[in-house]
Design a protein around this ligand. Structure first.
Ligand code: FES
Length: 121
């Protein structure tokens, strides 16, 4: 399975992603980090970031619709062919997602902002 660094234009550790306040509580924030597409979602109180590339055909999950969070807020649903992925860790949970996984982007908080990579201690 591909990791977040296997995709073109993967940002360097420390790259700012967004303000925590900008992450919707009932949806998904879709961003391009200088050409590197990510989805940001809140899992409980924890921000999660995934590469916006569905492992089925490597299309953006939100290519056909911006409404890609399940009603219970637990799964990302690809708008192309309805694969579903658990927001806890990106594991495929349904359809073409089974046996696959979204690439997780490691993050840390710095003040009110989410950044790429593990926290520097
Ligand atoms: S590209 Fe996502 S299910 Fe086909």
């Amino acid at each position: 399975m591909l990791t977040w660094q296997d995709f073109p234009d993967a940002p360097a550790s420390g790259h700012q992603i967004c303000a925590v306040a900008d992450i919707p509580r009932d949806g998904v924030l879709s961003l391009s980090l200088e050409g590197y597409p990510v989805l940001v979602v809140i899992d409980g109180a924890t921000p999660k970031v995934f590469v916006n590339a569905c492992p089925h055909q490597f299309l953006p999950l939100d290519q056909r619709s911006n409404s890609i969070l399940s009603a219970d807020g637990r799964r990302l649903m690809c708008s192309n062919h309805q694969a579903e992925f658990d927001i806890a860790d990106g594991t495929g949970a349904r359809g073409f997602g089974l046996g696959a996984c979204l690439a997780v982007v490691p993050t840390h908080l710095q003040g009110e902002y989410l950044h790429v990579g593990a926290a520097i201690s």
